[in-house]
Write a protein that binds this ligand. Structure first.
Ligand SMILES: [Zn+2]
Ligand SMILES: [Zn+2]
Length: 255
């Protein structure tokens, strides 16, 4: 039993063969998937998938790269969607200083507004971080995000940063990069942090694990992430699958 806590099955890369992809996920014993929507196009598709499949849930938020496009109406829309029975988190949201489409101050404002909304609707948040760790940690602290907690998705930081996030009521989600030979930090994080604080994800169609690196990723490959964590933690695959699934169910309030 596996839980892919971050998948973009709503991406156009899956338009052609979504049913086969979902079939392969089931064969790989992926029992739950959270499909993440992050803009005006991907959010409705995430909801649609969550309504069509029992084992798919949705998260809705506004991506920091597109922060400049978010209006008050969009925020209102997120609030309405938060009441949907299959919406289990807000996000992804956060900061992305790699791309410069949206200025930093606008990204920060949009991030803060979404954290406040999450506290209002009492849903956990899914954090996207690219080259913005310190500002993310500061904002989570200033906005008292620990009240709702959530996930540091596709975490690539140090053990020290992971521990800081855990103290703020966040879980650490590892994806394909933990399987890469040269991924020193994710492997250290997998080895060091407590099992009850770990989640697994694909972030598909991006970041496919070894040996599919560079190819299209899909939820069935989350088993490779679990395998690598099991190896690093010297646990059985079954234990890693079971504990990460329980962690995710508890956070999302499923079951
Ligand atoms: Zn992301
Ligand atoms: Zn994502």
């Amino acid at each position: 039993m596996l839980f892919d806590t971050h998948a973009h099955l709503n991406a156009e890369q899956f338009d052609e063969d979504i049913e086969q992809v979902i079939e392969r996920a089931k064969e790989a014993e992926v029992s739950y998937i959270v499909v993440v929507g992050f803009d005006g196009v991907t959010i409705p598709k995430a909801i649609e998938l969550a309504e069509a499949y029992d084992f798919i849930y949705a998260a809705v938020g506004w991506h920091p790269v597109d922060a400049i496009d978010m209006t008050d109406e969009h925020l209102q829309w997120l609030e309405e969607l938060a009441a949907h029975p299959k919406v289990v988190a807000l996000g992804e949201m956060g900061l992305d200083y790699y791309w410069d489409k949206s200025p930093k101050d606008i990204q920060q404002e949009v991030f803060r507004k979404q954290i406040r909304l999450a506290k209002k609707v009492r849903l956990p948040i899914i954090i996207h971080n690219r080259e913005a760790t310190q500002d993310i940690v500061d904002i989570l602290r200033e906005e008292d995000a620990f009240e709702v907690g959530g996930i540091m998705h596709c975490f690539s930081g140090s053990v020290e940063t992971a521990m800081q996030c855990i103290e703020m009521n966040f879980l650490i989600s590892l994806g394909g990069p933990v399987t890469f030979k040269n991924a020193k930090k994710p492997k250290e994080v997998a080895a060091e942090i407590p099992m009850e604080k770990l989640l697994i994800e694909t972030d598909c169609p991006y970041l496919a694990p070894h040996p599919y690196r560079g190819k299209r990723n899909e939820p069935s490959y989350v088993s490779l992430v679990a395998e690598e964590i099991a190896r690093l933690k010297e646990l059985s695959y079954e234990e890693v699958a079971k504990i990460t699934t329980e962690n995710a169910k508890r956070l999302f309030g499923i079951g």
